[in-house]
Design a protein. Sequence first.
Lengths: 371, 371, 333, 333
Amino acid sequence: MSTLERDPREGEVRVLDENGDVVGDAPDLSAEELLAMYRQMKLARRFDTRAVSLQRQGRMGTFPPMSGQEGAQVASAMALADDDWVVPSYREHAVSLVRGVSLERTLLYWMGDERGSRMADGVNVFPVAVPIASQIPHATGMAWANKLRNDDGTPDAVVCYFGDGATSEGDFHEGLNFAGVFDTPNVFFCNNNQWAISVPRSKQTASATLAQKADAYGFEGVQVDGMDPLAVYKVTEEALAKARDPDKGELRPTLIEAVQYRFGAHTTADDPSVYREDAEVEEWKAKDPIPRLERYLRGRDLLDDDRVADIEESVETEVADAIEAAESTTRPDPSSMFEHVYEEMTPELRAQAERFADLRERYGDEAFLDD
Amino acid sequence: MSTLERDPREGEVRVLDENGDVVGDAPDLSAEELLAMYRQMKLARRFDTRAVSLQRQGRMGTFPPMSGQEGAQVASAMALADDDWVVPSYREHAVSLVRGVSLERTLLYWMGDERGSRMADGVNVFPVAVPIASQIPHATGMAWANKLRNDDGTPDAVVCYFGDGATSEGDFHEGLNFAGVFDTPNVFFCNNNQWAISVPRSKQTASATLAQKADAYGFEGVQVDGMDPLAVYKVTEEALAKARDPDKGELRPTLIEAVQYRFGAHTTADDPSVYREDAEVEEWKAKDPIPRLERYLRGRDLLDDDRVADIEESVETEVADAIEAAESTTRPDPSSMFEHVYEEMTPELRAQAERFADLRERYGDEAFLDD
Amino acid sequence: MSTRQTEPTQNLTLVQSVRDALATEMEADDDVLVTGEDVGKNGGVFRATEGLFDEFGGDRVVDTPLAESGIIGTAVGMAAMGLKPVAEVQFSGFVYPGFDQIVSHMARMRARSRGRFTLPMVLRAPYGGGIRAPEHHSESKEAFYAHEAGLKVVIPSTPYDAKGLLISAIRDPDPVIFLEPKLIYRAFRGEVPEGDYEVPIGEAAVRREGSDVSVFAYGAMTRPAMEAADRLADDGVDAEVVDLRTVSPLDREAIVESFEKTGRAVVVHEAPKTGGLAGEITAIVQEEALLYQEAPVQRVTGFDVPYPLYAMEDYYMPNAARVAAGIEEAVEF
Amino acid sequence: MSTRQTEPTQNLTLVQSVRDALATEMEADDDVLVTGEDVGKNGGVFRATEGLFDEFGGDRVVDTPLAESGIIGTAVGMAAMGLKPVAEVQFSGFVYPGFDQIVSHMARMRARSRGRFTLPMVLRAPYGGGIRAPEHHSESKEAFYAHEAGLKVVIPSTPYDAKGLLISAIRDPDPVIFLEPKLIYRAFRGEVPEGDYEVPIGEAAVRREGSDVSVFAYGAMTRPAMEAADRLADDGVDAEVVDLRTVSPLDREAIVESFEKTGRAVVVHEAPKTGGLAGEITAIVQEEALLYQEAPVQRVTGFDVPYPLYAMEDYYMPNAARVAAGIEEAVEF
Ligand SMILES: Cc1ncc(C[n+]2csc(CCOP(=O)(O)OP(=O)(O)O)c2C)c(N)n1
Ligand SMILES: Cc1ncc(C[n+]2csc(CCOP(=O)(O)OP(=O)(O)O)c2C)c(N)n1
Ligand SMILES: [Mg+2]
Ligand SMILES: [Mg+2]
């Protein structure tokens, strides 16, 4: 059968259907874990909404929202072990959150403050990568390093996130090919949200699924309902287990295609109404991962109206506190621009920094800010 | 079954076995065509051998031989229609030869003379591409142009050649992905000669076959015995027919993996004994495409000892004449270096050219050639 | 060729004039087509191709997959077959995945094939800093392209020039890199003829005549250069401002002519100082006119640091105050 | 740090000394590993990694797939995790498919992460022309890297320096691009200490003292510079030859010091003239020492053309005659 005719989602892994009813084997998660998953998704959604309005109010620069993608992000990140690593693109706020990057730090970053790009020590998250797909070879190299340095044969894994559009870049190809050849403990997690800005998935590549691109690298590709957090958790957990300790004849890496949708704009600078229909958005909103998980949890008596309200309130406060903290951070010192270019400033750079200090002294910061 | 366990050649298209006995459907070729194919292969082999010795004698620079690969090159090139295009790498001397590039021109090129890189008008062959895989997007763009400009729905095809190593480059991925998306009339012809300099096919990628990489782009991949000229002719002909006029539900492009072997060194600068065993070479020499086709032709009474001797003699002369012509070509005018950089020289370039002329006049060419 | 004065004009921003140039040439020449990420239905992330998809259809205004080497490499192939692709890279900071196609092929196909295969293509990219954009969105690395023979590199600073230069670039038989300073995409409007006209590639424009010091600038930096010149006029410094418009080939004649008049120069660019074109321009003036030189050429440029995130970009970008300080140093030497 | 005079030495070619540096550091530091195309069993196409595979095994001397962005990008990842990869690109003309990884990541990971992720990696590539190689095998585009903040760029000209500089590069906490002039890979031998030693990055070396004119050169161009100086000594011209050794950061102090002594300069590089580092060096001397300048700085460089196929390369490469002509012009001005 030609790939043109095949239903690209026929092999997709699912646990919850759109109503939150169980249609596959649920992963082994405790009540606390399930509730934590739910809360993180709610927190991510709320954060996202507030961040977009901060931008609208001129309190923040361009921001890439991720509403609709909480299921894929939170659930996959929760499947990681403490020592595993995350290599994100620019849209993985919820992944970062789960992995210990504070919301305040994420806000600072999008407020144009480099300090938001310095992950706290001990947080195994790589900085945001803006050039599409360029982080993929890094993730392969990191996993390769883990494997080389590991003695007991179960190296820490590295999970790399990227979008559907990223699969078209040469770096996707090279990064995955190296992973296959060096059999590195990688999970390549593709957040296929159907759009690369205005370019739909169908125009990004003629292959029926993105998951099948793994064939080219000799390892497994899996398609999962990315708006089904339990299914995402399951496939990620399995991929991680294989990354650390593959069966004989198996390669460590996995390409996961998490099929999902971005409800909002590509970034706050984008107007999706130019290129896509509302009806399509509504169709996907019916698959919203948050109510799906909520219904599942209510069905198992882990949630009721009161607990939901409590969570909403605590989430509200947490986001507000993060915004408050980010906005009350003193602006970075302009001279810090010259730091961290090299471990030690070169003489020329030192001279430039001195001249810069001198100009600020002579003319005042107004002179820099007025045009 | 894991790709690690699958026999990577199980699906390979074959017509002649190693003895020249027919094991598949032969393509529809006339006696003249079959003999022409044989002669071109003999000519290519002889040219290759002589070129290597020219280099050894210091009469030519580094040269990449292709002995062992004549079957794939000659037969695929013969399958093209006159108006089709070839986009070669640096090893396709036999393809170029079949497509009308004179041996003299090929020699000039490897003698370091740019004029060897200017294909004669009307010869639909693109210049040699040295950076691996970088010609693949060109071929896609050329085929795309053919499709855009074509009115009757059967555009001229563009056949792009590259090696097994080239499949690892980002440009392979991007070029093939664009071809799938824009459904361009391309044939991507991979001369899998088992080695990328010293790196064996098995270390180039973990995918079981190179042909299966086509899955990632939604179009067909075919593996063929690249040392079986009749099988190569057949798959190329089919791919070309599809490129021009695909069936409903089919995409135009094809990735052909022609499984073969380079008998000699990567280039005259390479010593393969450092990285591969003689036994391996011998094993593949048993599949030599030339005796295979010769046995087939003898079996059909198209060749006998006399005709073979005639062909060998005429081939010898043709190669000798080409060498004679190339070596008696006057050296290029050094000032031609400044030409063809732009349609019109920029003022600065003109100034540089004048200064250069002036220096030559003042100091003589010896001053440039002495160190 | 310049515009006839009687022709009707429109009051356009720079990005609108880019769009207008594309529409004009697509209308006039069926071989012209536009490719790139989001250039189709979306009309480009800066609206530089707005409406072209509706007007010329999906075969001539093509949304490509997200792959810059693919974009540039296929444009090379199309151009070799005689089409005139105008490929867009979404931001100049994202050209690099396609850098090999530029330096290894786009720049050299003519030379390699000794004139048989020529590449009448244009590579457009929004360029430069100052718009509070994320990392990699504010780069200005024109020096890379200017160092590669076989390319022409154009950076307009006005709506009028943008249209005329882009039309010239599309018609140029050689590959042109067309860098559009996005800081001034919408910063002001200018009169732009409705019809087609060319502004010649390789010619600088004197934006302000002066006798004390030459300020060489291009792209978005022309504005702070003018502003600094205006400010210093009050202090009796008469600065000439030369907008280079093309950075490859540089208009050496115009540079030298201005410098011979003033003997002092300031070169302004956003790109980092070391290895930037200010060094090249300095070398040119002392090569051709050392005996006129009365002060060191001042380089007022970006610093030798990665372009900072936007909270600090105002401190990175040369502005009127820094240009004025440079002029003062040149004049007071 | 310099070598102790008593230490045993070996008589090595430049490429052997590169190999020796790699072996020395791999022996001393388990975190050092070598990756690239054909660096393993084959020992590199120039034999720069010969025997390392047998000595250190396939985990530390790794043949990669044929993909430069993959090579550089995975090295970035390994270095971020604390390994010290020394990645080889087979020829500097083939770096470009990995150029994005260099400028977007290798150069900036430290700045981006404000010092949390640093990249103690080295990118080695055989570099420059003159060996009758095919197209793209003779490039010298060091100016690209020198324009990118966050990188260091080293180009040795002697076996002694090659070893000491490469050891420094491997130990350097910042990413270093190490360009090896292949014209002199085997052109001569030199005494190289057996043990380990560093030649500091960022320091030029005066190869010949002189008072009439400063010749600034690096890599393979140091030889014709010396030869030209020797030839002209007979005519009574006393040229100083400064081998820059590192082109980013440039040793401004050494450049200025020499120029203040001579007041005249010739800069020699293989790279094309426009946008090459000769312009930068010219800008430096006039910025810091204009009052000492007695003649225009002469740029003796490659031409602004694609590097020609080898039948013509002797005409392209600066040689002693062209350097001598440049010195004469500088002196006679
Ligand atoms: C190399 C590169 N090219 C272009 C861009 C501009 N750009 C930013 S996001 C984007 C679309 C990405 O789509 P996808 O990979 O699907 O991720 P998503 O944004 O949907 O999460 C583009 C083209 C970029 N950041 N990097
Ligand atoms: C981008 C690039 N990287 C590296 C090289 C150096 N190089 C030349 S040929 C070659 C191996 C190519 O192998 P393959 O693609 O299998 O083709 P083959 O030579 O076997 O025909 C390499 C690494 C190059 N020419 N271009
Ligand atoms: Mg997407
Ligand atoms: Mg091969």
